[in-house]
Write a protein that binds this ligand. Structure first.
Ligand SMILES: O=P(O)(O)O[C@H]1O[C@H](CO)[C@@H](O)[C@H]1O
Ligand SMILES: O=c1cc[nH]c(=O)[nH]1
Length: 251
């Protein structure tokens, strides 16, 4: 076995290039339901991992925890073991009234209101999704008939400051679709390391909804949020299957 990365506790003997990244370790189990021959690998701190096959393509699943710092560690260690393409499958809060619970938001890019991406590089460096991945996400969504919204999201570091309502209003007026905590650092760190990355987010809090209530409902298995989660998992897996086919044809 190759030497293990200190946090994710995985080595390059896995020989895997595609990784699906939920924030929540519990979501790893849900991804495993869609994989053939799924096998749980490690569970250290927030980093829970499993491996399996989707349409014959080897897929790694690793949870990244909450926020940019832990996400950043996962991305770096995944890069160290040879992963080259990453799709976040996260949850988010809507900033626009037309987004409903369980809708999917595909990030074209992200407002960098997180600290982790700033620790890497100044704000002029854009947080944008990889165009090839976006292209295949779009094709996969159409094939699977999964409705979705494309646009800018915002990644933040705080949940409970006294100013959250005003901050959300500010970004809502500027056509930002939704908020999460990991998309911007994922896109920036991946681009700096020459990795392909994209982010698919499941709406679990509506724009007019209560944050506590929305997240509690999601944890308790609210039907639409669960449906959105299944859709984002399937969409990410199908995207990797399409990407892999094209990569094999190129080689
Ligand atoms: O459900 P995940 O993927 O963790 O994503 C969202 O949920 C967490 C906050 O509840 C943050 O990590 C946020 O980005
Ligand atoms: O505003 C929100 C809501 C859910 N999850 C987030 O990260 N932010």
């Amino acid at each position: 076995m190759g030497s293990l990365q200190p946090h994710i506790r995985l080595g390059n003997d896995l020989n895997v290039t595609y990784a699906v990244l939920p924030g929540d370790p519990k979501r790893v189990e849900r991804v495993m339901e869609f994989l053939d021959s799924p096998k749980e690998l490690a569970f250290n701190r927030e980093y829970r991992s499993a491996i399996g096959f989707y349409k014959g393509v080897k897929i790694l699943v690793v949870s990244t925890g909450i926020g940019g710092p832990s996400l950043g560690i996962a991305v770096e260690e995944l890069n160290n073991i040879g992963v080259t393409a990453l799709i976040r499958i996260g949850s988010c809060g809507a900033l626009q009234p037309h987004l409903k619970i369980g809708d999917l938001v595909i990030a074209s890019g992200a407002v960098r209101n997180d600290g982790a991406s700033l620790a890497y590089i100044e704000k002029g460096y854009p947080a944008v999704s990889n165009p090839e991945l976006l292209f295949f996400i779009k094709i996969a969504a159409e094939r699977l008939q999964i409705s979705h919204h494309f646009g800018i999201v915002r990644s933040h570091d705080s949940f409970y400051t006294d100013n959250e309502g005003n901050i959300d209003k500010f970004w809502s007026k500027r056509n930002v679709l939704a908020s999460d905590m990991e998309t911007a650092p994922l896109l920036v760190i991946s681009a700096l390391r020459s990795l392909q990355a994209a982010s698919i987010l499941n709406v679990v809090v509506s724009a007019s909804g209560d944050l506590h209530e929305g997240i509690n409902d999601y944890v308790d298995g609210e039907r639409n949020a669960e449906h959105g989660e299944k859709n984002e998992i399937l969409l990410a897996l199908e995207t990797f299957a399409l990407l892999d086919k094209v990569k094999n044809e190129r080689d």
